[in-house]
Write a new protein. Structure first.
Lengths: 255, 428
């Protein structure tokens, strides 16, 4: 939903970033307002996953130039946890398994950390369980997954659903979904996409990083950006995604 | 600083032995054995990695008076629903003990009340290795009292032997002792627990002997949660009979310097043993674990998982030997040592050892040392957890694999909570 008067959540200007001394991002510019859905598309190695990790603060990446303002705050001065507390969320391309930490315990710890941040009461396990029972409906998850260790022994689809459950609990202002559609069968894709759609409001925004147009049938973007060679080379609406599907990416290669 | 010999001699001769009766003779023999053995030298293979200089700063004297504790004092350590024997500085505390959960398949009490009982005399000091182990000999010479547990059938309430050390003006040496006899086909859960009140300097030198007769099953939990200035040496020997099942879960959290040696002899055909271990230490703590699993008979199995987690400038040591004797055919043994280093100044030594005198065996062993996984840490931080909380959670998760093997849920919960809270408070 595009509303030119709505608040700017994220403003990225001329972002350059390196990993192991190799420059991957070479001048990314992007503005995201509340209520919008953006898709960032591109081939492997175009820099789209790097972009999402840099925004979330992954320690392997070094920002060498440019700025990112998140609701007016300089994102790059914040630790990853402070970015999360400010309302930024990254759904991981490869969700991490954490044996020995139960899903519900992690969700409660994360939720209460955010509650503490905004001066709200923490929830005890029973109160939190009530909240959680509501949230798991959003991703149609079996409650049995709550007592299991985070992602341990989960299928690919279950892991991705679990990421969206975390998003549902943390209620971020800006959610970046890094290839959340990869490895999903059509049913799982529908469930994940429905979950994301239920969480959309006029006050938050979603960025989908993906190879494929398929996801965009379910979560319809307001903007489609094509990344190539470390920068955004073309921006359009949902029609651009269909065009990419038909023509491939070659015609858009960065100079 | 004292020399090893001086330190040992002080402890040994600080106690007067009445040369009377069966026990008097036993003590005198142990005393002369201790004198002959003395403190193992720093070149001794089993001791060379353990820095004992902190221990040798102090002169330890035996306790000369009984310290009265209240139920309130011991409340942080009690476990509901257990058969509880409490020892304060090595002396039996009848008023703090509670054996109301005992059924007719168990006899429990103080060793000194059982002098003259042939079943005590038959096994007492038989396994402890008084002739070979200086600290076992010292304990046998100097102990005040101990726990006597004899199980003849199925006992569902866990047996909690709670050893509490108290605050004294000068450093004290205390000698917890236990003898556990599991008769044929019996089943029980034993929790051997070492804790303290007040932050005094003390040296607990504990000896535990466990006999499993044929087809007996014992779940043995050992919790070493001594206070930060305490020193703790514990020596446990287990003799497993035919078809018996012995499961040990030994946790070392406390103490300035601690050592736990566990010797399991699979002495009957088809005996099964599982040894789970965890040392979780920080600051300048040293925790040393030495285990020996001796496959003496055919078709026995042993399965061991030991974990060390070292933070600060601490030093964790694991030395685990699997011995397979000549006649022990169809032995099946697996040993794994997994370790987590939380700080650049911490140190972990792991020494898995196999000694096999037999061709018909299956023995696997492996060891790993790693740090906190960077991807997991980033994931947790991206969910809003501080670095400290995220590291605590991952550390706890690594420890939880061992702690959760304890079959007493209330103890699992309280230990887990302590670990998470304590580490958060300490900010390590």
């Amino acid at each position: 939903m595009i509303n030119k008067d709505s608040k700017v959540l994220l403003e990225v200007k001329d972002l350059h970033a390196t990993v192991d001394g190799v420059e991957i991002l070479k001048g990314v510019n992007l503005t995201i307002r509340a209520g919008e859905v953006h898709a960032i598309m591109g081939v492997n190695g175009s820099g789209k996953s790097t972009f999402s990790k840099v925004l979330a603060g992954h320690p392997d990446y070094t920002v060498t130039a440019g700025t990112a303002q998140f609701e007016g705050k300089d994102l790059f001065t914040l630790e990853p946890e402070a970015r999360a507390r400010a309302g930024l969320f990254l759904a991981f391309q490869y969700p991490v398994e954490i044996p020995g930490v139960s899903n519900s315990a992690l969700l409660r710890l994360a939720y209460n950390t955010l509650q503490e941040e905004c001066g709200q009461e923490e929830l005890d396990p029973l109160e939190f369980d009530d909240l959680l029972q509501e949230k798991i409906k959003i991703v149609e998850m079996d409650p049995a997954f709550l007592s299991r260790s985070v992602n341990e022994g989960f299928s690919g689809g279950e892991k991705k659903r679990n990421e969206i459950l975390q998003m549902a609990v943390l209620d971020p202002k800006l959610a970046i979904l890094d290839e959340t559609d990869s490895g999903l069968d059509i049913d799982a894709l529908r469930i994940v996409a429905n979950g994301v759609n239920k969480l959309r409001t006029a006050d938050n925004a979603v960025v989908m990083v993906t190879h494929y147009q398929r996801l965009l049938n379910y979560i319809v973007p307001d903007y489609v950006h094509v990344m190539s060679g470390g920068s955004i080379v073309k921006t359009g609406d949902k029609e651009l995604a269909l065009e990419l599907e038909a023509r491939g990416y070659d015609w858009l290669k960065a100079a | 600083m004292l020399t090893r010999e001086q330190s040992f001699e002080q402890m040994l001769l600080g106690k007067t032995i009445k040369p009377e009766g069966w026990l008097g003779n036993l003590r005198l023999n142990a005393q002369s054995s201790a004198k002959a053995l003395s403190f193992p030298s720093e070149r001794h293979d089993d001791w060379r990695l353990t820095d004992l200089s902190a221990l040798l700063q102090h002169s330890f004297a035996p306790v000369d008076s009984y310290a009265a504790l209240t139920q309130e004092d011991i409340a942080p350590f009690t476990i509901a629903g257990t058969i509880r024997l409490v020892f304060v500085d090595g002396c039996y505390a009848l008023d703090l003990s509670d054996v109301s959960q005992a059924n007719d398949a168990i006899v429990v009490g103080a060793l000194t009340e059982r002098l003259g009982d042939p079943s005590v005399e038959k096994d007492f000091a038989r396994l402890a290795g008084v002739e070979a182990d200086a600290f076992s000999a010292l304990n046998t010479s100097n102990f005040d009292d101990g726990a006597w547990v004899q199980v003849s059938g199925e006992v569902s309430a866990p047996i909690h032997i709670l050893n509490i050390a108290t605050q004294r003006e000068t450093p004290t040496a205390i000698y917890p002792r236990a003898l556990v006899v599991m008769q044929a086909n019996s089943r029980a859960t034993l929790i051997e627990d070492y804790a303290g009140v007040g932050e005094g300097v003390r040296f607990s030198n504990a000896v535990t002997e466990i006999v499993l007769h044929d087809h007996a099953q014992l779940q043995h939990i050992r919790v070493q949660r001594e206070t930060s200035k305490a020193f703790h040496f514990g020596h446990c020997t287990v003799e497993s009979g035919k078809g018996s099942v012995y499961t040990s879960t030994a946790l070392a959290f406390g103490g300035r310097v601690s050592r736990h040696s566990l010797h399991v002899t699979l002495a009957g055909e088809g005996a099964e043993s599982t040894l789970n271990g965890l040392a979780l230490i920080a600051g300048r703590q040293i925790a040393d674990t030495h285990t020996l699993i001796d496959h003496a008979m055919p078709r026995c199995t042993s399965n061991q998982l030991h974990k060390c987690i070292a933070d600060g400038a601490s030093h964790a040591i694991f030395s685990g030997k699997i011995m397979v004797r000549e006649g022990a055919s169809a032995t099946d043994s697996e040993q794994s040592s997994r370790n987590l280093l939380l700080s650049g100044k911490a140190h972990i030594d792991t020494q898995p050892q196999l000694e096999i005198f037999n061709d018909d065996v299956s023995c696997k062993h492996g060891a790993t040392i790693g740090e906190i996984d960077a991807d997991s840490l980033f994931f947790l931080k991206s969910r809003g957890l501080t670095e400290e909380r995220a590291r605590n959670l991952l550390t706890h998760a690594f420890a939880a694999e061992i702690i959760e093997k304890i079959p007493v849920q209330s103890l699992v919960s309280s230990l887990s909570k302590t670990i998470l809270d304590e580490r958060m408070k300490a900010g390590v």
